[in-house]
Design a protein around this ligand. Sequence first.
Ligand code: GLV
Ligand code: MN
Ligand code: MN
Length: 444
Amino acid sequence: MTLPINTDRLLRELHHLATITDCPPNTDTSLPEPTQAVTRIVFTPRDLEARAWLTSLAEAAGFTVRVDPVGNTFIRWEGSEPSLPAVGTGSHIDAIPHSGMYDGTVGVLGGLEALRALKESGFQPKRSLELLLLTSEEPTRFGIGCLGSRLLGGVLDPHTADAFPDRIAESDPSAPKPDIALTLHDVRTAAGFTGSLADVKLAADHYHAWVELHIEQGPLLERDGIALGIVTAISAPAGYRFLVEGFGGHAGALLMPDRRDALCAAAELILSIERHTLAANAAARAAGHSGVDSVATVGKLEIHPGNVNAVPSRVLVNLDIRDTDVNRRNGTMDAVRADIRELEQRRGVKVTEEFVNADAPAHSSESIVATLEAVCEAEGASYRKMVSRAYHDSTFIAQIAPIAMLFIPCRNGVSHRPDEYSTPEAIELGTRVLALTLARLANE
Ligand code: GLV
Ligand code: MN
Ligand code: MN
């Protein structure tokens, strides 16, 4: 073992962070290990509590802390040549409702442990090392993922961002309903994050290199018994909302021939999305590719009026569509749009498309990938180069810095569920390889 990692401390902290949740404590002792359901939505009291606790850990370890106007938190260990571009790592601590305790948090607390382990070993970095806690990687509250890293990377207009409506009531029915519609600007300033979002963007030479540690969120590493994944590219995510408007009425009295049921139309739209995504994969397979890179999900419908005995008049369909190939993703969308036009005619409904985001894939730096490979080999850790099908903050940090990511396996590939789990051994190895990689990059 070339660098001792204090795994007990790290696991204790991961479990403590999981207790800062809006889900009730897990009391199911029949599970093989505790799995705490986590809901931690950005800028809620739980999120602020978790941020304060993390800041105290960073300060106790002797690092300085800076917070930007959107709440991105920079935990910095000054290098011996502080004017050089720094080396960054980090991830997020927000968690979608009723999810798990490892998504994002392994990159934040593992990153903190990596810095502490290096410091405690007597290492002195030449370049400064920065651990980032990035705001709202999850789209839960403001409808778009990677809010903090988009602003850091300069791929989101600050005025547009500040005007994003607060959608918390849609995700958290227990949240107090404000009388007036709140925006990101209202919510962040109320949470104590003030200043102009235009100041969040980082200079193109801020980072020499960036590496994010994360759970795989898929089954490949565990299935093949491989210890680590080195990410070479991150799939391109896009989001759209379709407002389907029909004609509502009484569930008994409105006769079937007279209906223009918005939910039935939305159901056809969802199946069209699935059909064209499967067709995109089939075409890719026929062309000799893996044929699994196109994915599309409708995970949230807002049905109006939402009564068992009223015909739905309006449905908002939230689509999350991803691909490693932007042209293929666009082709799938065009095919869905053609179906929508036909659906409008046949069912007498109106479908309005709202664009949320359409991002490009990110590609890892060959040199950082080579450093990760060299560290894995020196540590005797098996690894595989792979594509990330989930998006990550690194997607947007890639706009301003050379990036790569390091994956650890998670049980059955499960994520965004309370039973998300990675073993202590995997967390320790990921943290050690991250630390040793950061050390090499910091001395370049
Ligand atoms: C991130 O949470 C994603 O949805 O990929
Ligand atoms: Mn996630
Ligand atoms: Mn994540």
